[in-house]
Write a protein that binds this ligand. Structure first.
Ligand code: UD1
Length: 365
């Protein structure tokens, strides 16, 4: 019997975490062969390699080494190189994750070669079309054949946009990030540095918060002041580090506890041991929730509206006063009870079953 060939396309940190879960499920089926294409968008050891090691993802079959370019140049070069690889490999299906430039480039390359696309984390919307991620996810969803939604809200978004009239299959799969959290919880590890005994965990990297000095420096100013009472521990994303240096911010003189980006297991430990989380990351908002921590999201909108509706996630503008006031409020709240809004930890298996069963049925026709 023929094997089903799947090309997984990844490039940025959150995609390694998601792909780890689905790849693990795929590799339980002998009849599936997976080829991993890493675009190279994230390339530092602690932004890429560490996730392949910790989460036991097979080494990429191809590394396209494309990074540090403008959106157009990056997406364009990825499109060209991914097309070359797909022509060589000729997979039955391309697996894409999330909302990065690597996702969009993979989608366009596959669709123009008439290769089926499965999009994991489909249907998310911030409704802010100025965000590069929003553009990437809308366009990817539109040309995908299988749309795996992490939450009911994501399914509803697709229906509102009329996706039920398109030639695609929409599934409520649950969130592979929840699978990842459950599978790796037992391996949480304290980072190998002396940390404050009580701390708030922060991460900031989105372009809307880092590109303009007014936004980034207001956020950092709030963190600086906060750190005089409860210290902020902040794993520093390379984009943010570069921008802080451009804006002449002196890391050495700060009260903020800056650390290098950490791997997945150290991040789970930080989440378990912090008081609250402040972030603009998509993934961390949910990981805060999985770890029963309140989250302050420094954005005007979020894709994870269910968390805001439950009262465990608060949106704030990049304003010093708003951030400090929100920390003050949220830190005093009692513990919350989690609801099962992101599935039950079997999204990876669900995705495998759906695409593999469909492929078997199509080969029988
Ligand atoms: C990208 C994704 C975003 C995702 C995020 C996760 C897009 C449009 N954005 O944003 O959706 O939430 O990844 O982190 O695709 N850099 C390094 N070392 C690295 C990686 C990046 O120095 O290992 C530098 C790059 O050279 C660049 C900057 O960091 O100057 C930003 O990287 P980029 O890939 O443009 O986007 P992210 O901000 O990471």
């Amino acid at each position: 019997m023929n094997k089903m060939k799947i090309a997984t396309i990844v490039g940025a940190r959150p995609q390694f975490v998601k792909a780890a879960i689905v790849s693990k499920a795929l590799r339980t089926t002998e009849n599936i062969e997976e080829v991993i294409i890493h675009t190279g968008q994230h390339f530092d050891n602690n932004m890429s390699e560490i996730f392949f090691d910790e989460m036991k993802i097979s080494r990429p079959d191809y590394n396209l080494n494309i990074h540090s370019l403008s959106h157009g140049a990056m997406t364009g070069q990825m499109l060209e190189k991914i097309e070359e690889v797909l022509k060589i490999e000729n997979p039955d299906l391309v697996l894409l994750y999330g909302d990065t430039n690597s996702t969009l480039a993979g989608a366009i390359a596959a669709k123009k070669l008439n290769i089926k696309i499965a999009h994991v984390e489909a249907g998310l919307r911030s409704n802010n079309i100025k965000m590069p991620e929003e553009i990437n996810r809308i366009l990817t969803d539109r040309i995908s054949d299988y749309l795996f939604c992490p939450s009911e809200l994501a399914v509803n978004n697709l229906f509102k946009e009329g996706f039920n009239n398109f030639n695609c299959k929409i599934y409520l799969s649950g969130d592979v990030m929840y699978d990842a959290y459950l599978q790796h919880l037992g391996r949480a590890r304290k980072p190998n540095i002396e940390l404050p005994s009580t701390f708030i965990l922060a991460s900031i990297h989105r372009s809307e918060n880092t590109d303009f000095s007014t936004n980034l420096l207001s956020i950092i100013d709030a963190f600086e002041e906060q750190s005089r009472t409860i210290q902020i521990v902040m794993p520093l994303h390379p984009r943010t580090k570069k921008k802080l240096s451009d804006f002449r911010f002196n890391l050495g003189e700060s009260h903020i506890f800056f650390i290098d980006p950490v791997g997945f297991h150290e991040m789970i430990w930080l989440l378990q041991n912090c008081k609250v989380v402040i972030t603009d990351s998509g993934g961390l908002q949910k990981e805060a929730y999985f770890n029963n921590k309140y989250c302050i999201t420094v954005r005007e909108e979020t894709e994870w509206i269910e968390l805001v509706n439950m009262g465990v996630n608060k949106l704030v503008k990049p304003s010093k006063a708003e951030i400090l006031e929100s920390i003050n409020q949220i830190i005093q709240l009692p513990m919350f009870r989690k609801e099962n809004v992101y599935g039950s930890g079997y999204a990876g298996e669900f995705i495998l079953d759906s695409i593999y069963t469909d492929w078997i049925n199509s080969t029988r026709l």
